[in-house]
Design a protein around this ligand. Sequence first.
Ligand code: PLP
Length: 368
Amino acid sequence: MKIPFIDLKQQYEQNKAEFHQAISRVLEATSFIMGPDVGELEKALSDYTGAKHAIACSSGTDALLLSLMALGIKPGDEVITTPFSFFATAEVICLLGGTPIFVDIDPMTYNLDPGKLEEKITSRTKAIIPVSLYGQCADMDEINEIAETNNIAVIEDACQSFGAEYKGKKSCNLSTIGCTSFFPSKPLGCYGDGGAVFTNDDLLAQKMRSMLVHGQSARYQHRYIGINGRIDTLQAAILNVKMKTFSQEVSERDRIAKRYTEGLRSAVDSDHVVTPKIKDDRTSVYGQYSIRVKDRDAFISYLNSKQIPTAVHYPIPMYKQEALAYLQIDPREYPVTEQVSQEIVSLPMSAFLTEEQQDYIIDAILSR
Ligand SMILES: *Cc1c(COP(=O)(O)O)cnc(C)c1O
């Protein structure tokens, strides 16, 4: 049985005619940059999340960068985040000359532990970037409260959690700014790079919208230092097609994830596997379905021998990355991250994983 890690082909096949129509429409109109599909996408994103402003941009990384630029992060500033995420979350802080300050993660959700947050705040702290990892929102209320007391902005890195809910509200609309990614393998993916920023703050929205076009206020007039951070019209057109079936896909992902958790129960009971735990007041879009095993290398080669693909998100914590060695951080400060990064492994996951494929994966794990 051939099981893709993420089944992008099935999703494409299902709406093939619509994708081709949308792409042709952009090509025929030659509206490659900032065509009408971009505005249409932004309207759909704003309606979906409830955020007043949704601004499409070139990637999740640029969404994070634009957020920090709009907040005025500069050399010497500190930005607090999690050490257990994709590198981009910390990278953007460093690009602006800021210093990433890491807070260890919660052993149950793998998200930034708000109980360890306050002790890291200093007079130089300007922002906090919690990551809603694997599609489950971080403890945004607790984080927002601490931020508010200290007059600090909160940027939700929602690159894996577009579509998730937290206490009845949508991810991306839970803090000062929300950032998401439309990288093909994310819950809502385009056919190249794309992303978006979300906010209810008019001034921040105006700044980010300007900064993604070189800080322009009017043609050839530049109010800010910005970037070329636009989304392609083609990618917006593809996303407009995908938005129509997105809610349905979110439900499918939820059903499939719960089926994994149910199917793997005996492996959990016998202490061989730890399945994802989602808090009662929120949902996950399962950007990844990630489990923990004690002997990860052996587990991965065993599944490989059964033609089951896996991935590790993420094997190396931020503070152990070569590029961040200059921070000289002691890993012993992050015992939970240390353990989880050695045990975590992601299983095939998409709205198009069939029951037959899933049963094959579950059986393989149980009969190990
Ligand atoms: C994917 C991802 C990013 C970066 O998004 P790109 O669109 O690839 O630039 C940032 N943070 C997290 C948590 C991600 O998963």
